[in-house]
Design a protein around this ligand. Sequence first.
Ligand SMILES: Cc1ncc(COP(=O)(O)O)c(C=O)c1O
Length: 464
Amino acid sequence: MTTSTATRPAHLVAHEGEEASNQFRHDLTGAEPSCLRTRTPSMAVLHRSAGSYHYTPEGRKLADFTSGVLVANLGHNPKRWWKRVIEYMALEDAAGESGYHEGVTLTSYNAVTEVELEASRRLLANLQAAPGGKRLEQILWAASGSEAVQKGLWAGLAKRPQGDGIILATRHGFHGKKGLSGAVTGSETDKERDPRVRFISFPKEECKTLQRRREPIDLAPYRAELEALKAEFGDRLSVLITEPYLGGGGSYHPQKEYMQMLAQFCQENDILFFLDEVQANFGRTGSMYAYSEYGVEPDLVSLGKGLGNGMPVDAVVGRADVFARLSFGEGSDTWSGHPLGCAAVLATLDEFEQTDVLEQGRRLSVAIEENLVKLNELPAIHAVRGEGTVWGIECEAVGQLSADEVAAEIVRLCYLGDEEGRGVHLLGPLAGKVIRVAPPLTMPVAELQEYFDVVHRLVANLGR
Ligand SMILES: Cc1ncc(COP(=O)(O)O)c(C=O)c1O
């Protein structure tokens, strides 16, 4: 079947000269509903991936400025990492059973494997060794970031057996789409809200640009808002959830003092401070965990994405007395604590503990900032902001194009690349007009530079 314009669904992305990819995209619209993906102007078909690069079915090379979706912090398919994952699964030929390996099972339900306990212990030791991690005493594994958030919030609400607990959440955050994770995402105005959730202000204006973030922040209005909620709800306030920085909300990285003020308010009022690090963990902000970077001591932390370097494994970690509020089975499901995920966590910890990957990330951070500051001089770019290896580019309207259209066009142009075929893989814009830059921490600085030059030239031509 070929993809003619007449038969192509209106939402189907297609690019000139990409016969194989276009066919694939077309066939996919028959096999899967479009709701499975967020629409992006590129809709890259990823044939193979290695290190900081993806390759399309046409053989085009794309520098990955997204690390998947901030999952492949060590790059895609690192050899030593894969070798270790397989070693942790301990596969050997089973005596007398020629059709099978003997090794770690692929289930953790109603049973437990040694690799799970090893991963729990190693991860806890790593979390506790990081400044601010001393309350992180136990691990409740989960099968997605949303689920980790959901489980943590369940434990938080269980403080009030009468069921009248209140969750505070920072406005415009992203914590997932399902259940309670969806309930604490966004703000009170964008959908029917869960009555257990109250939103508090996040200082977006104060950290809109790199310069603004360096200026002192007036915390008084934020503190007053919290005090008013305390006066209204008293002991019903059970848990406050926030992200170290607004990721999905458009890359807003607050002043550290704001985060510290939230943590302090929670501590003074016996409210759990829950930091959602699904996106920030494992080196993204420059430290292993963002709680160290921001100088706070959370009671609960959700982990995901980079935790397994691409293997689907997530967790909420925190105080043992908080988790003890949930009884047998309340945090269980088929995949949580899955041995393969645990093997991936161990292999990822090995890399972070035994190599200078964090240092590499910090070097890369300097190069990203320099390039973005330069990019910010172009008319299509309104502001740049970020930290570590997670940055956002807020676009500006040019000519006939709105800021949202500029962002979408940059994603498309970067995907298509320059005359030498050098493309850059970007995610669809965040909050309409913000482009995320978050390459693997291991991307060599010279390669980042080469591809940033491509981006710069493409963006400079926009609107001309
Ligand atoms: C901070 C944060 N929390 C939670 C989630 C939800 O994770 P998942 O998509 O694995 O459910 C995300 C996903 O992007 C996230 O960025």
